[in-house]
Design a protein around this ligand. Structure first.
Ligand code: MRU
Length: 380
């Protein structure tokens, strides 16, 4: 996507693969800076500290992290240690484990001297596939948005379509295009007028800092709202659809996404507003059904709750304390929206009901489903 007229991706190879370039998302929206990742520790650190974040992007970063590890030591022991180190950085998004398993499976059978090169090829393939999947999600989502726009009463046909989103599931969360924002970018480029309500997304404010940033750079009309405003806007007919991303989707269609997503789904359900979840196949965890019981929810530092980052009118970005001295904070980073609250899933293969039958109708032939189906049959 575009920054000041120049197309960017969120991650790229440098020096023929000796390092990887990323956009430092902890500095946005106030500073747009790239940084290099040259070692396994730097890759793991970038994921853990959210220099890179968003389920698909942390998967790709993990894959490149394995490549960097194998360049230094391609032994079996080093491969396993690097896998474990990267996999432990963030527990909720399944894309990370999925990408690490894919690279490990590719390199493990090879002689050690071929492993780093093969890891590079596989990681680059994961990145390219992510771009293609996200763009396809955009195309399918565009058709959905067109249908919603057309179905509005005639007196509202001239208004932009109002879409609410939570957190950042845009191009910054993927390699390019995004998941939830891909249909919005496609709509904007196709001339379908669209306006986005951007949930600020406390505690880290990915909506206010990242979604607003990328929508602004692409010229998409948007308005940042506090997280608590969505229900009110829905009650007053000011939201035509909600589209969010997901960090892990169970085989039965439960979706785990940024904390607060569940409350938006409840409000949408109560107000008859369609609630869509956009995802690539790499976000589906075929091994589980019950998202509430089975998905590990990352607990991040309470300091993200008790403090807030911003930029003073004059001066450099900083962080300030919000709470009284001594008040404790608790910071679950994700929640689960049960499938019954999801109107439909928007995938790279099309739109389907959020249910086991819906997902199977799209992925019955796929390797993702096949490998986990076998495991699941053995377990149950
Ligand atoms: O904690 P983050 O910023 O990594 O959380 C990101 C989200 O919750 C996104 O909605 C999700 O990863 C889907 S991204 C396409």
């Amino acid at each position: 996507m575009n920054i000041d007229g120049r197309p960017w991706r969120t991650i790229w190879l440098e020096e023929g693969g000796r390092s990887v370039g990323v956009i430092d998302q902890t500095l946005l929206p106030h500073r747009f800076e790239a940084r290099s990742i040259a070692t396994l520790d730097q890759a793991a650190g970038a994921i853990a500290t959210m220099v890179v974040r968003g389920a698909p992007l942390i998967g790709v970063t993990g894959a490149y992290g394995l490549m960097l590890a194998l360049q230094r030591d391609p032994s079996d022991a080093a491969l396993e240690a690097a896998f474990e180190q990267l996999n432990a950085t963030r527990p909720t998004a399944i894309n990370l484990r999925w990408a690490l398993e894919r690279v490990r499976a590719r390199v493990q059978p090879l002689p050690v001297e071929q492993r780093a090169g093969a890891a590079q090829v596989e990681a680059a393939a994961i990145a390219e596939e992510d771009v293609a999947m996200c763009e396809a999600i955009g195309e399918h989502g565009l058709e959905l948005l067109r249908a919603i726009a057309t179905a509005r009463p005639s007196e509202r046909q001239q208004e932009p379509l109002n879409v609410l989103t939570h957190c950042n599931a845009g191009w910054l969360a993927t390699v390019d295009w995004g998941t939830a924002l891909a249909p919005i970018y496609k709509a904007h480029r196709a001339g379908l007028p669209v306006h986005v309500w951007v949930d600020e997304t406390r505690p880290r404010n990915q909506g206010a800092s990242l979604t607003a940033f990328e929508l602004g750079r692409e010229g998409v009309p948007h308005t940042v709202i506090v997280d608590n405003a969505g229900g009110h806007l829905m009650q007053h007919g000011r939201v035509d659809a909600v589209i969010v991303g997901t960090d892990r989707t169970t085989r039965s269609g439960d979706v785990c996404n940024k904390i607060g997503t569940y409350l938006k789904a409840l409000a949408a359900h109560d107000n008859g507003v369609p609630f869509y979840v956009a995802l690539p196949a790499s976000t589906i965890d075929w091994s589980i059904r019950d998202g509430v019981q089975e998905i590990p929810i990352e607990a991040r530092s309470p300091l993200e709750v008790t403090r807030i980052a911003g930029k003073p009118a004059a001066g450099e970005p900083t962080s300030v304390q919000l709470t009284p001295d001594g008040s404790e904070g608790f910071n679950p980073a994700f929640d689960v929206t049960p499938a019954r609250l999801v109107t439909a899933l928007i995938t790279e293969r099309g739109v389907a009901p959020a249910s086991e039958a819906g997902l199977q109708s799209l992925y019955a032939d796929s390797l993702y489903a096949a490998s986990f189906n076998a495991a699941s049959v053995a377990q149950h």
